[in-house]
Ligand binder design. Structure first.
Ligand code: PLP
Length: 414
């Protein structure tokens, strides 16, 4: 169910016309639907209802405090990849005992922070990390709970930049090295083994790679159990895709059925780290047409959002649907939707047929995941405002940045 719909020819977020948000808060502006976020979380969680599980929303997909706070209120845990994300989760009211910490490059300081917050688990990605964690935990007089992220060498059949579970990727520990690492972990005094996991990539549109990866991880888990290394959970990572164009990713229920089926009767809690699947369709990027340039080769609609606001098209040649906020009259021309940034890679969409006039509003759809969280200040562009709609109310949840904020930490030579 979509929460961004036309009513009387005008695109709305829930009950609020997008044009009203543009008037009040300006553009570019990210707009989220509270009902869409809540609905996605509840549906995902419900799909695993019969199984002991914990949903740890992957913060990097959208780390805006109001979004994290909403998930915290719904009982979600969190998957973090930095100390900064740890602080965001705490600031948003998240429960540190439901936090798992992923990532290949955890610093000693990040480990200290996470230990003192009392997180659920460190997803360890190398022997060096395990040994550093032991040292840091010893100094802090604490015990670090760990799970090894194995690299199952499974092809997720997604964009190469977001494939993470192939042996040529930097992520995880090769399956054949994992038992040795667990034996080592068992010897350490400030580390306690809790689980095993993987995360093979993002925007997966088939269920088979998830099943293949989980099979490899479970095979390892069984071997470890047989050696007397008891595990409490298996973390299947995130990566479930969404429909941007014509993909048909597995539904939550199908995904859950396949995973829980593989798990069988093992006494392992299932940890899930969905990011995109919970937030992708819950947000749009609202932008205004600045100029129309009708050329002999191509027509350009120059809009006020750019690659610094939404990087996915430039980075992955990702497709986002583009809708005219005022329904449009049909007809129109084929446009390249481009931003003001000085790069030819600065496009939001190619070859879209739209009837446009300067000043029109456009909605870049399905921009809730890896939109704002990947945005930058390139070209000294202040980052966009963010609004969360809840029924007939539109709440500003992040003010637009100002240029003086961007310059605030810079120092001229004497
Ligand atoms: C990015 C990431 C996720 C979330 O991926 P989605 O494709 O957004 O679901 C989960 N776990 C880890 C370790 C990640 O790096």
């Amino acid at each position: 169910m979509t929460h961004f719909r036309y009513q009387n020819g005008e695109l709305h977020a829930e009950a609020v016309p997008l044009s009203r948000i543009a008037e009040r808060h300006g553009t570019p502006c990210y707009v989220y639907s509270r009902a869409a976020l809540t609905g996605a979380y509840r549906a995902f969680d419900a799909a695993f209802a019969g199984t002991d599980h914990l949903v740890c929303y992957a913060v990097k997909a959208n780390s805006t405090l109001a979004v994290l706070n909403l998930f915290a209120r719904l009982g979600s845990g969190f998957d973090i990849v930095s100390g900064g994300e740890m602080q965001r989760v705490l600031a948003a009211g998240g429960d540190p005992r439901k936090v798992v910490f992923s990532g290949v490059g955890k610093s000693a300081e990040e480990m200290r922070q996470a230990l003192s917050a009392g997180i659920l688990c460190f997803n360890v990605e190398s022997e060096g990390e395990l040994l550093r964690l032991e040292r840091v935990a010893a100094q802090a007089g604490r015990t670090a709970t760990v799970s090894v992220r194995v690299n199952p060498d499974v092809d997720p059949r997604t964009h190469p930049y977001i494939a993470t579970g192939l042996k040529q990727n930097k992520f995880g520990v090769p399956c054949r090295d994992a038992p040795g690492l667990y034996r080592k972990a068992r010897e350490l005094r400030h580390v306690s083994v809790a689980g095993i996991g993987c995360h093979i990539g993002s925007q997966l549109t088939e269920v088979a790679p998830f099943a293949a990866a989980l099979d490899r991880v479970l095979e390892l888990a069984d071997r470890l159990q047989a050696e007397g290394i008891a595990l409490g959970h298996v973390d299947v990572g995130g990566g479930l895709g969404i429909r941007y164009r014509d993909e048909s990713p597995p539904a939550f229920d199908e995904y859950a059925r396949v995973l829980t089926g593989r798990l069988g009767r093992r006494a392992l809690k299932l940890v899930l780290e969905p990011g995109r699947a919970l937030v992708g369709h819950a947000g749009i990027l609202l932008t205004r047409v600045e100029y129309l340039k009708h050329g002999t080769e191509k027509n350009f609609a120059v809009v006020d959002a750019a690659m610094n606001d939404l990087m996915r098209p430039a980075l992955y040649e990702a497709y986002h649907e583009v809708l005219a906020v005022s329904g449009g009259s049909g007809g129109g021309r084929e446009y390249e939707i481009v931003g003001p940034v000085c790069e030819s890679g600065d496009f939001l969409a190619h070859a879209r047929t739209l009837a446009l006039r300067e000043g029109d509003l456009l909605a870049i759809m399905a921009a809730g995941a890896y939109g704002m969280s990947m945005s930058s200040n390139y070209n000294t562009r202040p980052r966009a405002a963010e609004v969360m709609v809840d029924g007939a109310l539109a709440h500003l949840v992040r003010e637009r940045e100002t240029v003086s904020e961007l310059m605030a930490r810079e120092i001229l030579l004497p």
